[in-house]
Design a protein around this ligand. Structure first.
Ligand code: C5P
Length: 224
């Protein structure tokens, strides 16, 4: 059987991780797991059910009663919450603004990490998030920490939004991205940080294709 490896892709908000992870997974024939989508899914449920997002116990209990499912499709990964397709809903501004608070609770992270480890177990996988190289897949054969300047990340998100018919001012996006980075980096439980053995990839000056090629090159080295 051909050898497969686990690839952990971490970094701050809107660094292009999911776009690049998808390309790399497709090229290698691996599955792709977007862990941010899982935190977004439970945040959507929390907002809909009106629980206090700051209450760790309530948040953990809500997740215990929740089924989150990721399914590949020709148009990208589909996300299901208790059987409902919420792929589009989790990209709303409301969810984006609240997700870091929900993701800060240990009661939520412990369950998510377990689920993510089960999904990745024994297969070739590209997983993107904030704590993949440090907590979820500490033994991943390849770890990449991807970033770009906050201005560039806001610009990319702005262009993506325009294509989706959303017109949030660039300055607002930049503020929101910086606020999310701050919360994700400063939380007590598994904050966003580069794993010691991760390769740092600055994508500010790179195209999507170039960044994907860079990671594929590193993956090939691990595979040989
Ligand atoms: O990757 P994305 O930007 O969709 O992630 C949304 C949020 O989910 C992040 O800002 C972070 O608060 C949380 N997250 C996390 N750990 C991960 C993936 C995402 O805390 N592994």
């Amino acid at each position: 059987m051909t050898k497969s490896i686990q690839i952990a892709l971490d970094g701050p908000a809107a660094a292009g991780k999911s776009t690049i992870a998808k390309i790399v997974a497709e090229k290698l024939g691996y599955i792709y797991i977007d862990t941010g989508a899982m935190y977004r899914a439970i945040t959507l449920k929390a907002l809909e059910s009106g629980i206090d997002l700051g209450d760790s116990e309530e948040a953990g209990n809500l997740l215990r009663d929740t089924a989150i499912d990721l399914q590949p499709s020709p148009n990208g990964q589909l996300v299901f919450l208790d059987g409902r397709n919420i792929t589009e809903d989790i990209r709303s501004r409301n969810v984006t603004k609240s997700v870091s608070e929900m993701a800060s609770h240990e009661s939520v992270r412990t369950q998510m990490v377990k689920l993510q480890q089960q999904l990745a177990s024994g297969r070739g996988v590209v997983m993107d998030g904030r704590d993949i190289g440090t907590d979820v897949l500490p033994n991943a054969e390849l770890k990449v920490f991807m970033s770009a300047s906050v201005e560039e990340r806001a610009r990319r998100r702005y262009e993506e939004n325009i294509l989706r018919g959303i017109n949030t001012p660039l300055a607002d996006l930049q503020k929101e991205i910086a606020a999310r980075d701050k919360m994700d980096s400063e939380r007590a439980v598994s904050p966003l940080r580069q794993a010691e053995d991760a390769f740092y990839l600055d994508t500010t000056e790179l195209s999507i294709e170039e960044a994907a090629q860079e990671i594929l090159k590193l993956a090939e080295e691990r595979l040989n």
